[in-house]
Design a protein around this ligand. Structure first.
Ligand SMILES: NCCC[C@H](NC(=O)CCC(=O)O)C(=O)O
Ligand SMILES: NC(=O)OP(=O)(O)O
Length: 311
């Protein structure tokens, strides 16, 4: 693997899930990362991705450098050929090239601007990392996808152990405008498994066609919850009315009453979660969220190990 941005970057996604499950049994058995360095670069906040990826790298014997580039770096210019006599102080091509001299794998987190759909869906930031880095680039959540999260989610679903689970990706309310990265990515990873995927969302909140393809769509949350084994909740802003938050009249918050419609379904969420907005305390406190967060470590370790094996 030379990069890990989407499910397409791995030849064998199911094999990667198995690899993470194996690593979980004995996480310190392979010091393949000795004398190698992982660079973690953040344009946006992170708790889980930062800590779990650092932990994964350390489990493999790697050293880790963390950089909050939005706060601690120079202001980055992204336009090619820019005359940099304004605010921006360092060009992305110089910043990435230099960072890649110090590390063996470069991870980057970058959220979408949610203003210009083409810019976001062209992955302008992470594409520049891939273009200018001398070392493999790993997405720590980009504008349109969050593959380390999705891989950990597949590990969690595999551990629940249902053969062909009914998985419902359910939109839920949120006070802000959020990216589509987590639901896009979850959909593209679940589709490589045997699970049956339903995407439940209000009209106007459908994901881009490439992510909806192959999933059932439901505009009725309670109907979708019937017989579900997994409820994967997430808020996202509208793709079709890009970056907007069309009004939703029905109550999409996830409650114990709604969970009781499922087949003893398990509630999942990537976190951070707005309690009593996305779902009630009762739903969250009886959910898979901490197991899911723990599995982030082994998912990251499987990916880093595979990259190190192929350096
Ligand atoms: N990395 C996991 C999710 C990150 C981000 N959530 C957020 O920004 C939530 C912020 C808030 O609750 O205000 C998202 O939806 O993509
Ligand atoms: N789930 C997740 O990626 O969390 P962070 O944004 O805290 O890294």
């Amino acid at each position: 693997m030379k990069k890990f941005i989407s499910v397409k970057d791995t030849e064998d996604p199911k094999g990667l899930v198995k690899k993470a499950i194996d690593i979980k049994k004995d996480p310190f058995s392979n010091p393949i990362g000795k004398n190698k360095t992982m660079g973690l670069v953040f344009f946006n906040p992170s708790l889980r991705t930062r800590m779990s990826t650092q932990k994964a790298a350390m489990n493999l014997g790697m050293n880790v450098i963390n950089m909050n580039i939005d706060k601690d770096g120079w202001k980055i210019e992204f336009n090619d050929g820019a005359v940099m006599d304004g605010d921006s102080q360092e060009h992305i091509k110089d910043a990435v090239k230099v960072m890649s001299q110090y590390v063996d794998i470069l991870g980057v987190r970058t959220f979408p601007g949610l203003k210009d759909r083409n810019a976001d869906y062209n992955e302008e930031v992470i594409s520049n990392f891939i273009k200018y880095s001398d070392v493999p680039v790993v997405s720590l959540e980009s504008a349109t996808r969050h593959p380390l999260q999705s891989l950990a989610d597949l590990v969690t679903i595999e551990e629940i152990g249902i053969k062909k689970p009914k998985v419902v990706l359910s939109w839920a309310p949120h006070p802000r405008i959020l990216p589509q990265a987590v639901p896009n990515s979850f959909a593209e990873w679940v589709k490589v498994t045997d699970a049956d995927l339903t995407i439940a969302c209000p009209e106007g909140y459908e994901l881009a066609d490439e992510f909806m393809a192959g999933a059932n769509v439901s505009y009725n949350q309670e109907e979708a919850f019937k017989d579900a084994d997994i409820i994967y909740a997430k808020n996202w802003s509208s793709y079709h009315h890009y970056g907007e938050k069309p009004e939703v009249k029905e109550d999409w918050r996830i409650t114990s009453e709604k969970m009781s419609l499922t087949n003893n379904g398990k509630f999942m969420h990537c976190l951070p979660i707005r309690r009593n907005v996305i779902a009630t305390d009762e739903v969250i406190d009886n959910s898979m969220i901490y197991k899911e967060a723990k599995n982030r470590e082994y998912a990251a370790q499987a990916v880093l190990q595979e990259i190190l094996e192929n350096l």
